[in-house]
Design a protein. Sequence first.
Length: 95
Amino acid sequence: MHIPSFKPFILLILSLYGSIVLAQDNSKIVSGYVVNESLVALSNALIYPEQFSFGTASDSLGRFTLPLPKASTLLRFSYVSYTTQYKNIGNTDTI
């Protein structure tokens, strides 16, 4: 069985959209979509902040919502057969 090799730049974030909504003074909520290079939703992709061990998984439509400490600025995205990708969310309102 041949498993295709995916290049690192093709994973997840090409069309990651999301918004960051401030929930409290010390936290924020990040939400968005995880898709592949063909804009097909990736269900069960793992999303978590780089500096913490908790996270979430995308739903069947590629959507996710993740409450984070306000200091979190880097998200890690991983999915089977794809290279792990990172997205700097900084203090922006929209990704």
